[in-house]
Design a protein around this ligand. Sequence first.
Ligand code: MIG
Length: 664
Amino acid sequence: MVRRYVFGSPLETDAVIKKPEACGSKTQFFEKEGSTLRYMMDEEDIVYGLGENVRGINKRGWIYVSNCTDEPHHHENTSSLYGAHNFLIVAGKGKRPFGLFLDTPDKIAFDIGYTKHSLLEIRIDGMDYELYEFEGETPDEIVKEFREMIGLPFLPPKWAFGFGQCRWSYRTSQEVREVARQYRENHIPIDSIYLDIDYMERYKDFTIDRESFPDFEALVSEMKEQGIHLVPIIDAGVKIEEGYDTYEEGVKNGYFCKDENGEDFVVGVWPGRCHFPDMLNDEARRWFGLKYKFLLDKGIDGFWNDMNEPAIFYSERRLKETFDKLEEYRDINLDVKSFFAFKDMVAGLEKNPEDYRSFYHNYRGERIRHDKVHNLFGYYMTRSAGEAFEELEPDRRILMFSRSSYIGMHRYGGIWMGDNKSWWSHILMNLKMLPSLNMCGFLYTGADIGGFSCDATEDLVLRWLSLGIFTPLMRNHSCDGTRRQEAYAFEDTEAFAGIIGLRYRLLPYLYSEFMKAVLKNEMYARPLGFVWGEDPVARRTEDQLMIGESVMIAPVYEQNAAGRTVYLPEEMKLVRFGGTEITEERELPAGHHYIEVALDEVVIFIRKGRILPLAQTAEKVDDVDWDTLELIHFAQPGAVYELYDDDGAERHPKLEEHISEIVL
Ligand code: MIG
């Protein structure tokens, strides 16, 4: 049951594609006062949702702010990450759960027991918004209601479920070849290698640096022959440079964001001085999207969109003011006050809120200040590509994922979880974000495995991979200047080959569960509380997940741990993999168990009555044989598994046409 309320005259975000009729203004669950909503939480209420955010699966005890932010140094105390996902569910004990979605690009603070332990207070920055309330028997039911309203999630091609290797950057064709060679020679499966900003000429979108990639087209096809897809990055800022076609066309047609005086707004990002394409302007959006054709024509079939919060290093105006001011400081005695003012001034150049208030969009014919639509920018950039792909490539899926997002963008692309660290705590954060994102329609997602910044260690990457094999997007990525963390970069290459190889054994299951979840508007990764809502321990379990219908995971995320305690809400079957081989199968009763897990092992748990189909391992998705599956199960003869398979490219597959029943 969904109720929609409209307050003021909200801007159309296109988050919701099936809108129920609006009803009065008296909200059922929330007490409303202006732009503040309040709900008194019971001690047993769990608050799920909010997509990409720090902290728990249960979001209680912190304040989260929807304000898309480039936040590479995030930690527990961070309030805003790259996306804005205003959907949550309150699931209490012995009462029906309910849900809330706030559709507005405005900044929103979700104070979930931060100010007062029992108070859920939501403060919206503006007066114009749409509010949706959902009721259902279970959190799953509410998710379904919500997802039916916002439309089916983006479908990546099947090869994008293979393992991907990224690094900022593989700088030359030779370096890319070397990565591919290492993977293939070590028999570590791989399906994609990512190209970060250095493949471009001076960081200009839709160009190739011909000095480092003279043979780009040949490289693309050579890699394809090896079954490896190259996936280039696209940035939000367009470099200001005479003679650069994207720049010139944008200026000529008025496709860039404007400053107060109607001039093209100048910001500094990667390439130095840039303009932002006005992604909210329909015409500019189509123009920018069609630009991806430059790379499609070269055989590219996947992309990632970066810096689209949008990130700002500096605005030209602020930079100038800062330089002027710095001159004044040159001659004074820098004391405690002036020194910090001096220092903060330079630091404050980046992501300055004032800069976000000083440029404009043309949204459906209306001039709108950026901060009013800030949270939509990444969404509309990715939509731009997604719409162009539908037009240019109607017969196949193109991989696309974005850094910034808003609900609605899930129809056009997945997301990666942004810049994390090679920290153990970020493995757990990765796990916790998965179900929250699934609730909001983001199913194709994953974190930078091994951590983006900071130096990784072998054990960390192995443990992270053991979780990563269950995330639809499975990509190892690291920052320039950090220790190498490719799967062949450490001592025990075989351990890496084993765990990544297991991903390929699991593919028929993972792909089936993913596709069913997408097409039926369900969760792919569930908190235990969604399944065992009345079990007091399961409800509070923050480090285990159900992946699909059959498998529970409980990854190890602490250094030097030889295993961990796992909670089984009901009896389950433990299945231990040593690399790709099953080394143990054992039934366990409900309750807590300490389970040893060596670094080169993965342990999973099969639910009673359920089946896990396993393929033989393969070194690329194309080579996975879906016809000879081994059935691991904790079920009686007659039990059924619904296997989904398709050609991995069809854009709008029908569920019924691709399901086959496997009967035990
Ligand atoms: O500010 O393109 O999140 O994945 O490697 C850094 C360089 C810009 C941020 C992305 C990261 C990528 C990096 N980019």
